[in-house]
Design a protein around this ligand. Structure first.
Ligand code: MG
Length: 310
């Protein structure tokens, strides 16, 4: 059976870029809802300083409770938790809680790297060298995010050469997966095809992930284009939560619901129950106090008798 893997970003990449700050309980509730809807890979938070990113405060408690829910069998054993770990301090905070996977982050443009993580691209690689080594020792998987792969809000278009070179550097450091990010949602199908054709010559396809934002309405087309090149893992966020603080008007990751709708419609399994996801979406909308961008969630599903299921 044809299938794709969806990695849910809403609780981290999504919420981190939203103004409304959700409580620990609300985030736990969402996590359970996502797992209950069939999501198997969930990024639960970030080990960053809460005075800098208040949306990610209590990630430690969140991960700890998430592990507890597994012990109580309220979340299935095969649901994997990922956390963003930007530096050694983050690693030390995260590791006692046994995350299945950690995420590290680099950028394709110097300006974006400086603004976002306060260091040059080379320094960021230097920083996560030690984190990767520690993770490898404990057999924790490492996923690397490469951001602004198609365009930077400060430097404009980014060359394919640069992206391929940085992705190869990551691959040489033995990360388990590289997430190719269109952080400000500027890429179009032609660019996706062209970049992934080059990337897959250097890095095994199953290690490449599409992380596309829907800012200009291109995300689903871009996902399909990447799928056409052989990519089978995609980062998405519930309802399309998120954005990019440095790119005004930038929307979040493509909505999980919309991606599930497309793939399931094509007969490609995601393992996700769309009705459960839509009902969770509406609860999250009340928490956020706004309608989220997912189009499938806004319009609902068409039932056999023509009524709409929302
Ligand atoms: Mg993103």
């Amino acid at each position: 059976m044809k299938q794709v893997t969806i990695v849910e970003m809403g609780l981290r990449d999504g919420l981190q870029n939203e103004k409304v700050i959700l409580s620990l309980d609300q985030r736990i509730y969402i996590l359970q809802g996502l797992a209950n809807a069939g999501l198997k890979r969930i990024e639960v938070g970030a080990f960053v300083r809460s005075e800098k990113v208040p949306q990610m405060a209590f990630t430690k408690e969140l991960l700890s409770q998430a592990q507890e829910l597994k012990k109580q069998k309220k979340i299935l054993k095969d649901v994997y938790y990922s956390v963003l770990v930007p530096n050694l301090q983050g690693w030390e905070d995260a590791t006692p809680l046994n995350p299945h996977e950690i995420g590290i982050f680099a950028s394709c443009s110097e300006s974006f790297s400086q603004k976002n993580i306060n260091c040059s691209i080379d320094e960021s690689f230097e920083r996560f060298k030690s984190v990767i080594a520690l993770a490898k020792k404990r057999k924790v998987k490492v996923r690397a995010y490469l951001s602004v792969c198609f365009g930077c809000p400060f430097e404009g278009p980014v060359s394919e050469k640069k992206v391929v070179e940085l992705a190869q550097r990551m691959w040489a450091m033995k990360v388990d997966e590289i997430s190719i990010g269109d952080t400000i949602g500027v890429a179009h199908v032609g660019q996706i095809r062209s970049l992934f054709k080059k990337l897959k010559k250097k890095i095994p396809l199953k290690k490449l992930v599409g992380h596309f934002h829907d800012t200009r309405g291109q995300a689903l087309a871009n996902i399909l284009a990447a799928y056409g090149e052989g990519v089978r893992t995609f980062d998405t966020s519930l309802g399309g939560l998120g954005g990019c603080p440095y790119a005004p008007g930038s929307t979040g990751n493509v909505a999980t619901e919309d991606v599930v709708y497309m793939f399931e419609g094509m007969g490609i399994s995601t393992g996700i129950n769309l009705e459960k996801l839509l009902s969770l979406n509406h609860e999250v909308e009340s928490m956020m106090g706004k309608i989220l961008p997912s189009k499938v969630s806004r319009a609902g599903l068409l039932s056999p008798l023509g009524a709409v299921i929302k």
